[in-house]
Ligand binder design. Structure first.
Ligand SMILES: Nc1ncnc2c1ncn2[C@@H]1O[C@H](COP(=O)(O)OP(=O)(O)OP(=O)(O)O)[C@@H](O)[C@H]1O
Ligand SMILES: O=P(O)(O)OC[C@H]1O[C@H](OP(=O)(O)OP(=O)(O)O)[C@H](O)[C@@H]1O
Ligand SMILES: [Mg+2]
Length: 283
């Protein structure tokens, strides 16, 4: 039976379960079960600490796992990223007190607090800087205030926690992260049929979340201009309207470009522009 690990708590947990349910699998926990078996799909979902998932995946005990790219990197496990999942997006950054001029280049001999010692020690090594890493479990932002560190390295999403702690980001982000689907290193070209089905279903949803379906009516003389605004994936669908010289156009478009696309369509004379979400897709 296919064994898939899901974070049992933390930022990735809820979205991972929602994605898997949307893909037609049953991973519903009623209380604190460590495993849920989806008999119909022959999959065993195992609930693990997100930080441990890459370690299990590397060993081959678990076939596939959802974790954070930063957590996988920190654990120094030998895993391959099969699919970025589009949630749990964050940057991993150094920060120092707002008034401090300290930059990562000046970290020699300083104390850096983090819960990601693997990432930080590797980064400091790349920079050829000898600093002391203080390993803490959480609430990293307060550590400078409490006097145990001179700088920190932590996850930044909105940046609110850092600002509230009176800190500012120092230097470029060390890495950007999001939830990922991982497998043991080198297995990527050698996946079983049930694993491929699982990946394709997840990919369908992850891609669909980035796109919308745009439909509109347009007069023939500006059809080409409008199609250039919504080229779709292959090409837009164009059908004649029951109105002389008018056409209906339908195409997928990137969600983040949507408002500018609508502005441009309206400008060229498109009417009845309708946008709908796509739940899942196979491109
Ligand atoms: N505020 C956040 N927004 C988005 N992603 C986040 C956020 N905080 C942590 N992450 C991501 O979630 C993963 C860490 O999950 P983990 O469960 O270990 O920490 P957590 O969400 O801080 O949970 P907890 O602190 O409750 O243990 C990492 O991949 C990290 O980049
Ligand atoms: O940039 P922001 O939007 O403020 O989010 C980032 C914060 O969120 C997480 O903390 P969490 O709430 O999980 O607490 P923790 O530090 O104890 O892990 C992370 O460790 C940062 O502290
Ligand atoms: Mg946390």
């Amino acid at each position: 039976m296919l064994k898939i690990a899901i974070p049992n708590k933390g930022s990735l947990s809820e979205e991972a379960r929602a994605l898997i349910s949307e893909a037609g699998y049953n991973c519903k926990r009623y209380s604190r079960e460590l495993k849920v078996t989806d008999v119909a799909n022959q999959v065993e979902f195992i609930f693990l600490r997100p930080r441990d998932i890459a370690v299990y995946v590397q060993s081959g005990i678990i076939d596939l796992g959802i974790t954070g790219r930063d957590l996988a990197m920190d654990s120094e496990s030998e895993v391959d990223e099969l699919l970025p999942l589009g949630f749990g997006r964050s940057s991993f950054c150094y920060a120092v007190p707002e008034e401090s001029l300290l930059t990562p280049e000046g970290f020699k001999g300083k104390r850096i607090a983090t819960s990601y010692p693997g990432i930080v020690s590797r980064d400091l090594k790349n920079r050829n800087i000898d600093a002391k890493i203080i390993k803490l479990d959480g609430a990293i932002e307060i550590s400078i205030n409490l006097g145990v560190a001179d700088a920190i390295a932590d996850v930044v999403q909105t940046g609110r926690t850092m600002v509230e702690a009176g800190l500012r980001i120092s230097g470029e982000p060390i890495m950007v992260s999001e939830g990922i689907l991982a497998t043991r290193k080198g297995r990527g070209d050698n996946l079983t049929a049930p694993e491929q089905v699982f990946i394709e279903r997840l990919k369908g949803i992850v891609v669909a979340r980035e796109y919308v379906m745009v439909e509109y009516d347009v007069p023939g003389d500006v059809l080409e201009t409008a199609c250039a605004v919504t080229p779709g994936i292959e090409a837009p669908t164009v059908a004649p309207l029951r109105r002389e010289g008018w056409f209906a156009v339908k195409a997928m478009a990137r969600k983040k470009e949507l408002n500018s696309i609508m502005d441009r369509l309206a400008e060229v004379g498109a009417k009845g522009i309708i946008v709908t979400d796509i739940r899942t897709c196979r491109l």
